[in-house]
Design a protein. Structure first.
Length: 327
C-alpha cells in the first residue's frame, strides 16, 4: 500500500508533539483493516507531522514520522488526534505557526475529523465555526466558552456536520472511525472491522453515560433488560408507555434512567436501533422497503423513507444501491 495509490481512499493523520499513541493506533488499525468482499484494502493510511522525524508522545517512547505536512495535500480524509498540549489551558485556543501552516495544506474537498481534544485544533483554525461538535466531556465547557460560535454537544460520542467530524474521549475515536467506514462502505464492512478489532460496531448512547454521577438510589434498576426486550420487538410499534410498562416504572423515571445509561431519551434510542436494523436488512436482503419498514418498527415505507432522509440524507433505495453486496 503506497502513499500514491490513487485507487484507495487516502487517510492522513496529522500528529503533534505530545501525541496520545492510542489515538494514532486506532486510525491505522480500523481503516487499515477495512477491505472489500475480495479482501482488497479500501484505505491507504499515512501519518505526517509538522516536521518529519521523531515525535514525542505522552508515554516513554517516541514515534518516527518520516512524512511532513505535504502528505496532507493528497488526503481524502484528515484526522487530528489529541496531544498533551490540548490539556494545558494556556495552550487551548491557540495554534502554533507550524500547525497552522500544516492545516493550509489540506485540500478543500477533504473530510476533516478530530479525536478527543484534537477538536481544539479544528476550532482554533475556524473549521468548526457554525457547526455541531464535541470533545471529551471534561473539556466541553471550555470548548463552548472559547468558541461560542460552535454548537458544542457534550452528550454524544461523535458528531458529523457536513464533512467535519469530532469525537469525544480517546475510545470514542473508535466510534468515529467506524462511523466514517460505515458511511463510506456500509454497515457490513464496518461490522467486519469491528469484529476483527473485538469492539462493538455501534455503541449505544453518548458520553453522558460516562460522566461521574451520584450513586443510584437503593432499588434503582438498570434499563438493560428493557432495552434487550425492545430489540426483540422492534416491529411492534413500541411506544414510550410500552417501554415504561415493561420496565415496571413511570415514564418520567424510565426517561431519566435512559438518559443516565445511554445518553439519550428512550424514543431516540429506539429510533437509532430501528435505523441500524433497517440498514442491515437493506444491505443483506432483497426484502421490499415496505416490509423492512414494518420489521424495523417504522410502520410504513413512507415513515422509513422520511427517517432515512433526515438521518442519512438518502432514501432507503439509494442506500441499498450504494451498499448492497459490498461486504
Amino acid at each position: 500500500m503506497t502513499v500514491g495509490d490513487e485507487s484507495l481512499h487516502r487517510v492522513a493523520v496529522l500528529v503533534r508533539s505530545g501525541l496520545l499513541p492510542m489515538e494514532l493506533g486506532i486510525v491505522h488499525r480500523l481503516f487499515g483493516t477495512a477491505t472489500d468482499a475480495a479482501g482488497r484494502p479500501l484505505y491507504s493510511v499515512v501519518t505526517c507531522a509538522v516536521e518529519p522525524g521523531e515525535v514525542r508522545t505522552d508515554a516513554d517512547f517516541t514515534v518516527n514520522v518520516p512524512l511532513g505536512p505535504q502528505a496532507l495535500r493528497d488526503a481524502d480524509t484528515v484526522i487530528v488526534p489529541a496531544a498533551i498540549e490540548d490539556y494545558r489551558p494556556q495552550r487551548r485556543g491557540r495554534l502554533s505557526p507550524p500547525v497552522r501552516a500544516a492545516l493550509t495544506e489540506i485540500p478543500p474537498t477533504a473530510r476533516l475529523a478530530s479525536i478527543c481534544t484534537g477538536s481544539f485544533v479544528l476550532a482554533a483554525a475556524g473549521l468548526l465555526t457554525g457547526r455541531r461538535a464535541t470533545t471529551h466531556w471534561k473539556s466541553c465547557p471550555e470548548l463552548a466558552a472559547l468558541y461560542p460560535e460552535i454548537d458544542v454537544d457534550p452528550d454524544v460520542l461523535y458528531t458529523d456536520d457536513k464533512g467535519v467530524l469530532t469525537s469525544a474521549g480517546v475510545a470514542a475515536g473508535i466510534d468515529l472511525c467506524l462511523h466514517m467506514i460505515r458511511s463510506d462502505h456500509g454497515a457490513d464492512v464496518a461490522n467486519t472491522v469491528a469484529r476483527g478489532t473485538v469492539v462493538p460496531p455501534h455503541r449505544e448512547g453518548g458520553q453522558a453515560q460516562y460522566i461521574d454521577r451520584p450513586v443510584p438510589e437503593p432499588g434503582d434498576t438498570s434499563t438493560a433488560a428493557t432495552r434487550a426486550w425492545a430489540l426483540e420487538h422492534l416491529g411492534d410499534g413500541l411506544t414510550l408507555e410500552d417501554l415504561a410498562r415493561r420496565a415496571a416504572t413511570s415514564v418520567r423515571t424510565l426517561t431519566r434512567k435512559f438518559r443516565q445509561e445511554t445518553g439519550m431519551p428512550p424514543m431516540q434510542w429506539l429510533a437509532q436501533q430501528r435505523l441500524q436494523y433497517a440498514r442491515r436488512l437493506l444491505e443483506r436482503t432483497d426484502e421490499p422497503v415496505d416490509r423492512i419498514a414494518a420489521e424495523a418498527g417504522f410502520g410504513t415505507g413512507t415513515a422509513m423513507r422520511q427517517h432515512f432522509r433526515e438521518t442519512l440524507g438518502v432514501s432507503p433505495r439509494a442506500y441499498r444501491n450504494t451498499f448492497r453486496g459490498e461486504a
